[in-house]
Design a protein around this ligand. Sequence first.
Ligand SMILES: C[S@@+](CC[C@H](N)C(=O)[O-])C[C@H]1O[C@@H](n2cnc3c(N)ncnc32)[C@H](O)[C@@H]1O
Length: 253
Amino acid sequence: MGLSIEGRLVTGRTLRKTERELHFNRELFVGQRILNFGCGGSNISNEIRKAQVNAELVVDFDMHFDPSNRIRKFLTYPLHEILEGTEMLTDQDSRIHRTSVAIRRRLGNIQNRTFVQGDGRNLPFEDNAFDTAIAPWSTYQIPTEAKRQVFKELLRVSKATFFFPIGGDDFDILQQLAKDNGYEIIYSGSHLNKDLKINSIEDYDAFRDSYTENQRVQRPSSNPTSVIKLGSKILGARVEGNLVIMRRKLASQ
Ligand SMILES: C[S@@+](CC[C@H](N)C(=O)[O-])C[C@H]1O[C@@H](n2cnc3c(N)ncnc32)[C@H](O)[C@@H]1O
């Protein structure tokens, strides 16, 4: 079995950086229910609130418990570890467990974060619970054998999903899921495309109708999931893998 990096590399991009990489504008979120999948230390639910973008709901979701604790509050890391240990050993409904969680959220200054812990293989949300899901720098960590399941779950719970970065094999799975589940691929290509901007839900159709399918949807030429390629990304080299934007087909299509 190869080296699994699932959940091991945790970063925390800002909302601004995520908007730039995924080519949407926060205005897209107005009135919407949003899932930030594999949020790591990115605190988009709080940033959206602070920016007074009137989203209906923004959920930061990750397999770890509030990973932003670890990134932002490294000075209190040992205390977080003790509290995390306490929570592992106590019943979720017990007073000590709840007190420990409350202390940890206060230490991490994340009381206002809308966070749900769980595994992408089995998302604890209903079908269509979200208008938009974003999965920046998270699905590349999913082991190959679980990719299809996680992608399927993301498409199940959301009407539109932004994935980045996506390699050739991932793309093949997404393309098949799109066919089987009534999705369309609005875009699959470089995240440096200057002509792509999704600022409102009308922009999906506007972008799709401005280009032929061959121009908009390209299969990535490589699989950017190896640690070496990611290493080159961390060192500032070219990002491999596509930005893929998918949307559930409208009833009229
Ligand atoms: C590199 S971080 C990216 C964080 C953030 N999205 C960003 O752009 O900075 C990847 C995150 O994906 C999460 N992750 C990986 N596999 C997951 C899974 N199966 N379910 C939920 N979260 C997962 C990891 O725990 C980690 O916090």
